[in-house]
Design a binder for this molecule. Structure first.
Ligand code: DC
Length: 216
């Protein structure tokens, strides 16, 4: 993997593999609901429909790996949700308080032995407030956009850096100012600045903190 490509997902998956724990990518839940709403031309303000979609998705945790198959109407949709368009819709619907509430128990159900690495904006503040260890990764949007640009280039997709920065700024604004679970840094989280750091450095910092906390 390109050493500059570090997102919260990269760290989360690295820790999942190192520590052999379960994995929850909470963003994929909002993305799946957004994607399904979009392909079915559902009004994004229709809370009941969004909640129905959420309850009809099956998250199939595989036992031989840490992967989760996201299944809707008998189809695995994992490959269809990790794109900028779906991220935008996910960000829009994620400000819906009733929808968020309806997703709390499904997210908590991922917490099983031997433990869970949960990734997402309200993991430490709302879903798992008693988590033993919390990390909050910081990066400026230019750094994030460059990482994203590299990921997209690898897939042969061309977008401009300015466009990505603008989209990230708009998403941040929505995620920070929404009334339901706005993005907050929990008091007990270790904040890791990731600008100008390699993925290895960030991973080392996280592992050092985990070891020193004597939780695992
Ligand atoms: O982490 P991500 O980029 O896959 O998330 C996509 C969108 O979903 C993000 O813009 C906001 C929303 N989201 C959320 O509100 N709460 C979470 N725990 C995870 C994601």
């Amino acid at each position: 993997m390109d050493p500059v490509v570090l997102a919260k997902g990269t760290l989360a998956l690295n820790l999942v593999e190192k520590l052999e724990l379960n994995y929850l990518n909470s963003g994929s839940i909002y993305r799946s609901i957004g994607y399904i709403a979009e392909i079915n031309s559902i009004d994004l303000n229709n809370t009941d429909e969004l909640i129905n979609i959420g309850s009809s998705i099956i998250f199939n945790i595989k036992h031989d790996s840490h992967d989760v198959d996201i299944i809707y109407e008998d189809k695995i949709i994992n490959n269809l949700i990790f794109n900028e368009e779906t991220a935008k819709i996910a960000s829009k619907i994620s400000s819906n308080k009733a929808l968020r509430l309806s997703l709390v128990s499904i997210q908590r159900s991922f917490a099983k032995e031997p433990g869970l690495i949960a990734e997402g904006r309200d993991m430490g503040s709302v879903i798992f407030p008693n988590a033993e260890i919390k990390f909050f990764l910081m990066a400026n949007n230019e750094t994030k956009a460059k990482r994203r640009l590299n990921q997209l280039k690898e897939k042969g997709i061309n977008v401009s850096l300015t466009q990505l920065i603008d989209e990230l700024n708009a998403r941040d604004k929505r995620d920070l100012t929404r009334k339901a679970s706005p993005l907050v840094i929990p008091d007990d989280a270790l904040v890791i600045e990731t600008d100008n750091k390699s993925i290895k450095d960030v991973q080392k910092e996280a592992m050092k903190h985990i070891k020193s906390s004597n939780q695992l």
